[in-house]
Design a protein. Structure first.
Lengths: 260, 276
């Protein structure tokens, strides 16, 4: 009998917070295996970003443990980056080489080759010299994924990557994330989209603490969603509330940022 | 037509301006990109009381100016990173300190050291009266700006592009941004002899803001800004000699007019393109 492969990431009773609020997120216990896509569900302020910051090493655990076997790389929302900056898609992907370089070193040919390879991997080889701010929302999101791939991270942390994308762009991005997971990466996606979360491998629900973790079909129950979103759950009229796939979130939990 | 450039003091002024053009092209672009135009103006104004103090107490003016500008840049930069309701907004703080610096300088010059005669040259520069120390300061500052751009440019670009992700990309130290503020203070002091405390932004901000309207890559933007600042300085000093006008103010007018023309041209270009 062979031992189960070590997960890429595991937490056990993890609690994290800030100096002025040391317990933003408490008692989180979950694992992420290679090839897994995990949705992180929770309300705004529920601790999703805090969890990501802890996984990135920006915040220390106040309690519990966090174990990773690989580097984590962050893929933020494109709205958080400056679209007016004079940078190309290649420039942005090259930013992913900073962690591997001494501060006085400029990007080498190897770094540039890695950035081009990553852009090719996300399907943007022909847009390497395009100005970042002139790309579509979906293309910008893929550039930021390329920046994460350049960091040679096996764990990708995506913060609401589908926010503001049209259906076609969202489908392409979802397909890309599936491929990246199949290549052996762990992909964690903070989202408010329940329907999408049902398609991932596992789901972690948080609201100041861990509410539930498991496969979507068993985890996304009405009770779990009510606890996760503080009872702010709307069920479709005439449907059985016990049927988990009929629970939907109120509009204020969705982000409707217009694409730039 | 080129007779003014045969005069030794004009030649020295031209050398100073060409060196400052390198500063305008390197540091100036970072100032515009990182939203530091107002703090840069404030740092130059803050240098004014330092210069008056140095003049009155008899130590190097550049030292006094740099000390005051550095203090201003670091305090405003530090407070600018704090975002809560107990602190006034960043630009309000900059304006408050800027006014305080100018008022302090005027009071020191008129009532403490009785050096009011030199106030005009401190505020608006005396380009045609600069000496070798001013040229050496401009050369050293331009070199430092070039080296800093080479070494820290990627980090300044990354931090400005996506501040929230900078720590995740390995930029956790505040040192690169602090060094940028130090460089802003140094750059402001280096321009004082040419254009004075009130017109420093004519060199440090306006050329870079002008070229930003048409450039969308950092390297070409910086190179174009060096060329534009050199051209504006050369035209400005030639006009100043021909018209017997103050050179610092003339350069500022040339730079401002170029910006206005470029902004108008870039705004009208799409409409003209549609019309044809």
């Amino acid at each position: 009998m062979t031992a189960a492969p070590q997960p890429l990431l595991s937490t056990d009773g993890l609690s994290v917070g800030y100096a002025n609020n040391p317990r933003v997120l408490e008692d989180v216990t979950f694992t992420a295996d290679a090839g897994e896509r995990i949705a992180i569900l929770g309300p705004n302020g529920g601790g999703k970003t805090t969890l990501f910051r802890a996984l990135l090493g920006e915040l220390r655990a106040t309690e519990g443990t966090l174990t990773t076997t690989s580097r984590c790389a962050s893929v933020p929302q494109t709205e958080r980056s400056r679209l007016d900056f004079p940078v190309s898609a290649l420039d942005v992907a090259l930013m992913g080489t900073i962690p591997g370089r001494a501060w006085w070193r400029r990007p080498s040919r190897t770094d540039r080759a890695a950035a081009r390879t990553a852009l090719t991997r996300v399907g943007l080889a022909d847009r390497a010299q395009s100005t970042y701010g002139e790309l579509s929302g979906g293309q910008r999101q893929r550039v930021l994924i390329a920046r994460a791939l350049v960091q040679q991270a096996q764990i990708l942390l995506l913060d609401e990557p589908f926010s503001g994308l049209d259906t076609t762009s969202a489908q392409r991005l979802e397909e890309l994330l599936r491929e990246l997971a199949e290549e052996g990466r762990g992909v964690l996606i903070a989202t408010h989209d329940l329907e999408q979360a049902r398609r991932w491998d596992r789901v972690l629900c948080v609201n100041g603490r861990q509410i539930a973790f498991g496969i979507p079909a068993q985890t996304l129950t009405h009770d779990v969603l009510a606890q996760t979103y503080g009872g702010a759950i709307v069920t479709l009229p005439g449907e059985d509330p016990a049927a988990p796939h009929h629970a939907i979130l109120p509009p204020h939990h969705h982000h409707h940022d217009a694409p730039h | 037509m080129f007779e003014p450039f045969q005069l030794p003091f004009v030649q020295r002024a031209l050398v100073e301006l060409l060196l400052l053009a390198v500063l305008a092209g390197t540091l100036g672009c970072w100032i515009v990109l990182r939203g530091l135009a107002f703090p840069a103006h404030g740092a130059a104004a803050a240098a004014f009381p330092g210069l008056v103090l140095a003049d009155g107490l008899g130590f190097a003016g550049a030292l006094g100016g740099f000390g005051a500008a550095l203090l201003f840049a670091l305090v405003v930069g530090r407070l600018g990173t704090r975002r809560n309701r107990s602190h006034p907004p960043h630009d309000t703080l900059t304006a408050l300190v800027l006014v305080a610096a100018l008022a302090t300088g005027i009071v020191l010059a008129s009532d403490v050291f009785h050096s009011a005669a030199s106030v005009e040259s401190l505020l608006f520069g005396s380009l045609l009266a600069i000496g070798p120390p001013d040229v050496r300061l401009a050369a050293a500052t331009a070199l430092i700006a070039l080296a800093a751009t080479w070494l820290l440019g990627t980090r300044w670009l990354t931090t400005g592009f996506d501040p929230a992700s900078a720590p995740a990309l390995g930029i956790r130290s505040k040192l690169p941004d602090t060094l940028l503020l130090v460089l802003v203070a140094l750059g402001a002091v280096a321009t004082l002899s040419a254009v004075g405390a009130l017109l420093a932004t004519a060199l440090l901000v306006v050329p870079a803001a002008t070229t930003r309207l048409t450039m969308n890559r950092i390297a070409t933007w910086q190179l174009t800004t060096v060329a534009l600042a050199a051209a504006e300085g050369t035209i400005g000093i030639w006009l100043a000699v021909q018209l017997n006008a103050p050179p610092g103010a003339t350069i500022a007018v040339v730079a401002g007019a170029t910006f206005a023309a470029t902004a108008t041209g870039t705004a009208l270009a799409p409409r003209l393109g549609r019309a044809t």
